[in-house]
Design a protein around this ligand. Sequence first.
Ligand SMILES: Cc1cc2nc3c(=O)[nH]c(=O)nc-3n(C[C@H](O)[C@H](O)[C@H](O)COP(=O)(O)OP(=O)(O)OC[C@H]3O[C@@H](n4cnc5c(N)ncnc54)[C@H](O)[C@@H]3O)c2cc1C
Length: 376
Amino acid sequence: MTHKKVAILGGGLSGLYAAYLLEQQGIQDYILLEARDILGGRIMGFQPNDEPYSFDLGPTWFWPDIQPQFAQVIADLGLAVFAQNDDGNMLVEQSFEQAPRELAGFVTSPTSMRLTGGMDSIIKALAAKLKNPDIYLSTRVTQIEHKRDLITVHCQESHADTEHSVNVDHILLAIPPRLVSHNIVFSPSLPKELITQWQNTATWMAPHAKYIAVYERPFWREQGLSGSARSMVGPMVEIHDASEPNHSANQDNNAALFGFIGIPVAQRKMIGEAQLKAYCQQQLIRLFGEQAATPIAHIIQDWAQETFTATSFDTQEMSHSLPPANAPFQGAWARNITGIASEWAPEFPGFLAGAIEAANIGVTRYIALHKENAKA
Ligand SMILES: Cc1cc2nc3c(=O)[nH]c(=O)nc-3n(C[C@H](O)[C@H](O)[C@H](O)COP(=O)(O)OP(=O)(O)OC[C@H]3O[C@@H](n4cnc5c(N)ncnc54)[C@H](O)[C@@H]3O)c2cc1C
């Protein structure tokens, strides 16, 4: 059976960044196991017609003024950024009977920034930086065993019943704590209090769904509108301009609007995707006029239906949970697992910045433990 120093479980931002940090520290002997067919986790792009950019189905914004560590990573990767478009008036929809009200837009502070090309640019850039990637996609971790000083990670191919396993010295859990507690069996078991803590840590944004409509031009800007809207009638409660920057006459098809759907998870399931899409489109027509009726493409991404993000516990949005302990204080697992998904970050749990923060802490902890073990 293969033996590796480190297994990174999960190939979202925290897992990929951990692989990058390990390589920076000269540690090439790692394996990364990812259940989905693609890297990125909650960072996922919608790429209509093979355009060179994608629209964010997951995270959109970061805030360099308060998240300097994350901003530094973006800068180091040489990624271009731009401010969320808030120029123009916003719309407020209070009832079906009344026309939407137009109000002066407001400038958000700190400024919400976006990545040119889509948030998945950071995933592509990090993956391209890895010199010695040992990454397995479509590989779902099911069990972790600790027997006679040997740690074995068991996994299953997502599209087949084939099982694999790998022996490792340390595990970096780049899977949100709630998912770990639901879907991965530890043998021997983790301390009960820790499992409860991880189970009670909500996975940020897991109960949400987003609708995106892509247009040839940002026609709402020609009406003096920013593309922002708030609605009390829905289905979308909050809408924003999702266009790529530098829109010009010869850069068609990169304009878009996106909205967060305010209908609860169970009801969304009952309505069904096709009907929900139709409701969202009707809402954009009510708000922005007939031009909204002909998107080039439109899509709903319902994160609550994503097995590798949400569990049956993720039915309603909770406020950010306090970060749980990233490892047991004592027992068989105390020195050989570390939680590094965003929800474990002390300062920005749940956010993109948190994924970078928690991965940094986890890799630093692994290196310290590794040095202690080498001395012993
Ligand atoms: C709709 C939405 C909007 C958001 N907006 C913002 C925003 O504007 N700004 C912001 O800062 N943050 C936002 N977030 C949060 C942001 O996306 C997360 O903080 C960040 O992506 C977390 O990265 P991660 O690597 O810690 O976790 P994840 O991205 O969840 O990665 C976990 C990985 O583990 C994999 N996995 C799961 N189970 C297994 C298993 N059993 N075996 C192997 N692999 C497994 C998953 O497939 C996934 O790739 C948003 C999230 C969503 C869903």
